[in-house]
Design a protein around this ligand. Sequence first.
Ligand code: ADP
Length: 532
Amino acid sequence: MADNLCEYLLAPAARTPDKAAVVESDESGTLTEVSYRQLAALVDEYTRALEPLGLEVGDRVVVEAHTCATAVALLLACARLGLPFVPVSPQTPDNRLLAILRSVEPALHARADGVARRDLPWAGGTASFGRGGLTAQGTQARRTPRRRRALVVDTAYIIFTSGSTGRPKGVVMSHRAIVTFLRAVIADGLVGAADRVASTSPLQFDFALFGIGIALGSGATLVPVGREYLDSPRRMVGYLRDAGVTQVHGVPSLWRPVLRHDPELLKRLETVRSVVFAGEAFPLAELRRLQELLAGARLVNGYGATESMAASFTDVPDPLPADQRALSIGHAHSGAEMTLVDPAGRAVTRPGVVGEIHLRSPALFSGYWDDPLATAKVLVPDPLDPRHGQKVLRTGDLAYLDEHDELYFVGRADTQVQIRGNRVELGDVESVLTRLPAVASAAATVVPRGSDTVLMAGVVLDDTAAPFDEDAALAFCAEELSAYMRPRRIRPLADLPLTENGKVDRALLARLVTGAGHDGRTDIDATPRSPA
Ligand code: ADP
């Protein structure tokens, strides 16, 4: 079944078995290559270990790992057997992981060798996996033939993102959707078989799956880059150079430390021919600098959401004109189309008029895991002619067209924000804050800090006589929320500021919680940067 994600991504094993599928560093930091033949053998081995467990098509497998060859092999073995995989990174806080486990009720929670064991009140089956194979514990070995065959309409994976109600939201993607997407983007020429593709996102984000899919789907080589290399510009550049990387994937803030502290280092990346960034707008001053330093490299603005993996890849003009104020998100990839729609459901075609992006595509997600109401809000009948019953993705992203029919992103229609390219629902943060003792209500907002954006929050206490312990509140958030979702500061307020129509006034909130003076300057500019 060539449209099964596993068969699609392992196709190069027949054509170029000896080529490196993955280049990664071992424990000692030495670079090692895993060929397509070796990767396929590992997938076979994991498949053989999973099969006797008697799991059914559709049974979920949570895979807790960093991006590495063995993790890729396990994801592919799951895909082959029709077992949806749910990638989580080892940095996920216990309570967040527990919420995911309780939601997807996986048949197996598989941990990569070397990832610390957690003591969670979760009684499901577990497994550990690595170069030595996969060992499962606590799963009933049923050895019954599977009831169903794995089909392309079945779920390949579920990625959990921030959910507005405080519950992580699971984006369910089918084999057909993801393989259709990868084929289209590869055919559009984003990557070639000779590329070595560096992937810098933790495994829980679809940007990591994008890197895996694009690299293996085109018969190229994947180079996962661990967090330990990303914290220091020198180590990052050294690693990319040693691994002979030709294409780098990452959120715009990946480049900030090196641009700020050691920009000349970038000139050493002679093999890098392209940079694909996605997740949020790249501040233009930084992008110009990157373009100068990586002379001749193609810079590509990837736009889209987990619900369709991505929607468009647009080359940044080289050179970026000095008077350019915004970056184009261009047109959708082959086989898909982005349309702007106004609040009355009419197409917006006049240049400069803002509308909401609606995506028509064969690569849309199936729905949110166990949440038909949330699904119905974004997988909607095409507003331009709902009679067909065809569903389109209502993205929540606002944009306008220029005179050349190019799209420009302007912001969100809701309270979803991006923190260093990671998507955060402010409601998610707020629902954690309202679980703090003595907090009656809470609101979160984003505050610009240089070219960065930080999360801040205000809380209203139910007993204002009791002093608010900000450190305890921040510690609580650290237990409940992934690092990028945690507010930098939490300030007690007499009331939440409201707009005239009674909504939280987040712009005013930002000024209140930062103590901005009349000149608009905030007192957080000296706050040290925390890792993503
Ligand atoms: P990703 O597929 O990048 O992981 P997420 O699902 O985490 O995306 O977040 C999607 C949202 O991020 C989009 O709806 C949009 O608001 C924002 N976004 C993504 N890419 C870009 C971009 N290139 N420019 C501006 N905003 C972007």
